[in-house]
Each structure stands twice: as C-alpha cells, then as structure tokens.
Design a protein around this ligand. Sequence first.
Ligand code: ITT
Ligand code: MG
Length: 207
Amino acid sequence: MAVPRTLVVATKNPGKAREFAKSFASSGITIHTLLDYPNAQQVNETGTTFEENARLKADHFAHVLQLPVLADDSGLMVDALHGQPGIRSARFAGDHNDAANNAKLLVEMGGMPEEQRGATFHSTLVMAWPDRPADDLVVVGETRGQILTVPRGDNQFGYDPLFFYPPKQKSFAEMSPDEKNEISHRGLALKKLAIVWPDWWQKEEAK
Ligand SMILES: O=P(O)(O)OP(=O)(O)OP(=O)(O)OC[C@H]1O[C@@H](n2cnc3c(O)ncnc32)[C@H](O)[C@@H]1O
Ligand SMILES: [Mg+2]
C-alpha cells in the first residue's frame, strides 16, 4: 500500500483540521485528529523552534497511539515585532485564545504604516512512524502577507482575519479552505509533503 486510506493528524485545532481534511480528501484519504482520541496523553510544546515543536508532537502521538502521525507547528512572524509572536503564536496573549491574540496583535501594531506591516506565516509539518524519531519526514511552507488594521472575513481561525494576502487582495479569513490551501504556509508545506510521503510510507511499512 503506497499510502493509507486514513491518516492521524496530531492537532486539536479545528481550523487546521479542516484544512488538512480538505487537502487529503483530494487523494481519497480521511483525516482523524486528536479530537477523535480524547484520552490520549498530551505533550507540552517546549521546543525553541517550529521544527522542534512539530517533532515533539509527531513523535509523542505516534508513540502514544502506535500509529503513524502527522503534526503541524505553525505561527505568524511579524517583521515590525522582530518575528514575534512566532512559536508563541498560540499563547501570544497568555492563554490559547484567538480573539485575545488578535486584539494584542492590533495593539502592538497600532499606528504602524502599511509599508511596515509585513509578516510571514510559517508551517512545519512532521510525519512520524511510531518509535522511529530518526526517520521523521520534515517539510516547511511560508507565505508573505500584511497585518491589517481591522479584521476582515468570516473564517475564525487564529490570525486569519488580520492576515492580508496582496496577490489575491483578500485576508485568509475571506478565502475558502481550498483557496487558502493553494497559497497558504500550510498548503505549500502540504504540496511538498504530497511529493515525498508515499515513498517514505512504503519504506517505513516495509521495515
Ligand atoms: O498544537 P495544535 O494542537 O496543532 O494546535 P495549536 O492551535 O496549538 O497550533 P500551534 O501550536 O501550531 O500554534 C500555532 C498558532 O498560530 C496560529 N496559526 C497557525 N496557522 C494559522 C493559520 O493558517 N491561520 C490562522 N492562524 C494560524 C493559530 O493561532 C495557532 O494557535
Ligand atoms: Mg499547539
């Protein structure tokens, strides 16, 4: 079997889950997430880079579930904030609260002119086979955009209402999942993953 019919994505974030589901559906693959494994022991994201945190999540949940697992660690790096919130994106305003995080971002960017509102969205994806961390598959994707002064769009996933993508003249929150996957940090990483993971999977399965 080159690729499986179902794949576990080690995330509790429903926005990510929706995007993964859309992306893998085109290959006939159904996604399960940590919402399907409510009793799985959690892991602290103690890494200092996106890759360390993505590896932590992928390796931990592959071990706990004894299944191959895909994990994503992602975040927003704002030029004028010297790359913050970066790997702290989920907890920028203290706890994991999208509205509070967005409010804090708007305050910190207050009065900043348009030419200084550049930002990069980053995603690192790691696919892990149970108990073989040395074999982890790692891909990254990044998208440049601008931080808006007022939220735009209905998609309430994280910083999407404040992230404007100039080539489409839309915020991420104004895009459908398919439209966002075409150009987003996660979508670009998923395109790279699609090229490499069937061979990787076949090799791991044969070991
Ligand atoms: O760790 P998991 O369970 O996957 O979910 P999480 O929400 O905690 O995810 P991260 O640790 O990777 O933190 C990344 C944060 O960055 C934000 N983020 C990442 N990708 C995003 C996207 O495509 N659109 C909007 N916000 C995004 C969002 O607020 C996330 O909470
Ligand atoms: Mg997290």
